[in-house]
Design a protein around this ligand. Structure first.
Ligand code: PFF
Length: 453
C-alpha cells in the first residue's frame, strides 16, 4: 500500500480548508442573503451561527477525519465497525458528488463569462443586450456543456495530481490571490459614485427583517459556505498530521471564510447600487447584473472596467475550483481506500459520473427545462436536495456521532493532541458542550421548523 499523503504545513491545511470553504457561496449567495434578511443584523446572526453551530460541526468532522486518517466511509467503519454509521459514511461519499454536478455548471458559466470579459464583450453600447446574454447562453445546448466540461476537467486535473502536488499547491497560491483580487474589486466598487447606498444595505441593521426563516437561512448559508455535512472537511482532515492543532485550523478556516464573504459583499453590492439596480439573487446577480454594470461603466473608463470585469470572473472561477476539488477528493478517497483503485482511475471514474449528472443539470436550463423532479428542474432539485437536506442531515449526524457515540476521552485526545495543546485543553469543555448539545439540538430544531413551515 502506498504511503498516505499529508498536508505539508499548518498554512497548507488552512489554505486547503479555506479553499474548500471559499467559493460561489461566498460571492453570489452571501451578499444577497445579507440584504434580504436585514443587513448588519443578519451578519450578526450569521457570525453567531458560524461560531456556535457550524464550527462545532467542522470540528466534529475534523476530529473524525484526523483520528482515523481515512475518508468518510473508512472513518465511520473504523470508529463504529459493523454499525449503521457506515451509511453516514456512504451518504457523504454521494452528497458531494451531487453538489459537484450542479456546481460545475455554474463553474462552467464562470469560465464562459471570463472568456466574454477577455473578449471585451461587455461594452457600453450593448449594455442592455448584456443582461440578456446570460439567459441566451445558459439555455443554449452546447456552449454551457463545453464550459462545464472544461471546469470539470480542470477540477479533475488538480485532484489527479494528488493532495500535495495538486490540492495543496493550488490552494496555497489561489487563496492569497483571491483575497488580493476581492480587495481590489471591493475598493473599486466602493469608490463608484452612488456606492454608499450599497454599503448601507450591508451594514445598516434592520432587526425587523430577522424573521424565523432568517435563522434557517443563516444556518443553511453557513453550512454551505463552510462545506459542512458532506464529508469534505472530514476528508481534508484525514490528510492532516497528528501534531497539527485542529482547533486552530478549524477556527482559522471559519474566520477566513467569513472575512471573504464580507469582502465579497462589499465588492458586489456597492456596484449594484451605484448602477441603480435592485439586487437579485444567485446566478442573476453575478451573470446578469454585474456584466451590465461593467458594460455601463465602460462608458467613462473602458480599460478599468474591462480589467475589473476580467478580475471579477477570474476570482469566481478560481474560488469555484478551489471548492470543487474538495468535493471530488471525497469520492477519490473512497475509491482509492475502499475499492483499491489508483488515484488516476478514481479521478477518471468520478469525472465521468459527475459529467453525466452535470450534463443533465446544464440542459435543465434549456432543452430539459420541462423535466421536473418533485416540481423542480434537475439543477434546482440537486441544489435543494443537497443544501436543504443532505448537508443538514450530515451535519447533525456528525455532531451526534462525536458527541454521543465516540468516547469523550478520544475526542479530547484528538482535539488536544494527547493533552499537548494546553489552550485546546482549557477550551475543551466549551467545545464539547457545543458539539454534544448546542449544535445537534439547535440544528434539529431549525430543520424541523423548516420542514413544518
Ligand atoms: N463552500 C463552497 C462555497 O461556498 O461555494 C461550496 C461547497 C464546497 C459545498 C464543498 C460543499 C462542499 F463539499
Amino acid at each position: 500500500m502506498t504511503q498516505r499523503e499529508h498536508f505539508g504545513s499548518r498554512a497548507a491545511v488552512i489554505m486547503a480548508m479555506a479553499g474548500s470553504a471559499i467559493g460561489l457561496g461566498n460571492i453570489w449567495r452571501f451578499p444577497f442573503i445579507v440584504g434580504e434578511y436585514g443587513g448588519a443584523a443578519f451578519i450578526l446572526v450569521y457570525i453567531i451561527c458560524c461560531f456556535l453551530l457550524s464550527l462545532p460541526i467542522m470540528l466534529s468532522e475534523t476530529i473524525i477525519g484526523r483520528r482515523t486518517h481515512q475518508g468518510t466511509f473508512g472513518a465511520m467503519n473504523a470508529l463504529a465497525p459493523g454499525t449503521a454509521w457506515k451509511w453516514l459514511g456512504l451518504l457523504t461519499v454521494l452528497s458531494p458528488l451531487i453538489i459537484l454536478s450542479y456546481y460545475s455548471v455554474v463553474g462552467g458559466w464562470s469560465f464562459a463569462f471570463l472568456c466574454k470579459a477577455l473578449a471585451l464583450q461587455f461594452q457600453p453600447d450593448n449594455a442592455e443586450s448584456v443582461t440578456a446574454m446570460f439567459g441566451t447562453f445558459s439555455s443554449s445546448t452546447w456552449w454551457p456543456l463545453v464550459c462545464m466540461m472544461v471546469f470539470l476537467f480542470l477540477t479533475a486535473l488538480i485532484v489527479y495530481f494528488g493532495v500535495n502536488k495538486g490540492i495543496e499547491r493550488f490552494s496555497k497560491v489561489s487563496i492569497p490571490v483571491l483575497f488580493v483580487l476581492i480587495v481590489i474589486i471591493a475598493i473599486y466598487s466602493m469608490t463608484l459614485p452612488g456606492a454608499g447606498e450599497g454599503v448601507r444595505y450591508l451594514v445598516k441593521p434592520d432587526f425587523s427583517k430577522l424573521t424565523p426563516d432568517a435563522y434557517a437561512a443563516a444556518l443553511g448559508q453557513s453550512f454551505f459556505s463552510l462545506s459542512l455535512g458532506v464529508g469534505t472537511m472530514l476528508t481534508y482532515a484525514s490528510y492532516v498530521r497528528k501534531d497539527e492543532n485542529i482547533l486552530l485550523s478549524g477556527t482559522g478556516t471559519a474566520f477566513f471564510d467569513l472575512l471573504f464573504a464580507i469582502l465579497a459583499g462589499f465588492a458586489v453590492m456597492p456596484a449594484v447600487f451605484a448602477a441603480g439596480i435592485t439586487p437579485s439573487s444567485g446566478p442573476g446577480l453575478v451573470f446578469e447584473t454585474l456584466p451590465f454594470i461593467f458594460a455601463k461603466m465602460g462608458a467613462g473608463a473602458q480599460v478599468i472596467s474591462a480589467v475589473v470585469s476580467i478580475l471579477f470572473f477570474l476570482t469566481i472561477l478560481v474560488a469555484a475550483l478551489s471548492s470543487s476539488i474538495s468535493m471530488m477528493e471525497v469520492g477519490v478517497a473512497y475509491l482509492v481506500e475502499e475499492k483499491k483503485q489508483s488515484r488516476h482511475n478514481a479521478t477518471i471514474i468520478l469525472f465521468l459520473i459527475t459529467l453525466v449528472v452535470g450534463i443533465l443539470c446544464s440542459l435543465s436550463f434549456g432543452v430539459l427545462s420541462d423535466v421536473k423532479l418533485l416540481g423542480n428542474t434537475i439543477f434546482n432539485f440537486c441544489d435543494r436536495l443537497a443544501s436543504n437536506f443532505l448537508m443538514t442531515i450530515g451535519a447533525l449526524l456528525f455532531s451526534v456521532f462525536v458527541g454521543w457515540k465516540m468516547d469523550k476521552a478520544a475526542v479530547k485526545d484528538e482535539l488536544t493532541n494527547g493533552g499537548k495543546i494546553k489552550s485546546s485543553g482549557k477550551l475543551f469543555p466549551i467545545v464539547y458542550f457545543l458539539i454534544k448539545y448546542v449544535a445537534p439540538v439547535t440544528i434539529a430544531a431549525i430543520f424541523i421548523i423548516g420542514l413544518l413551515g
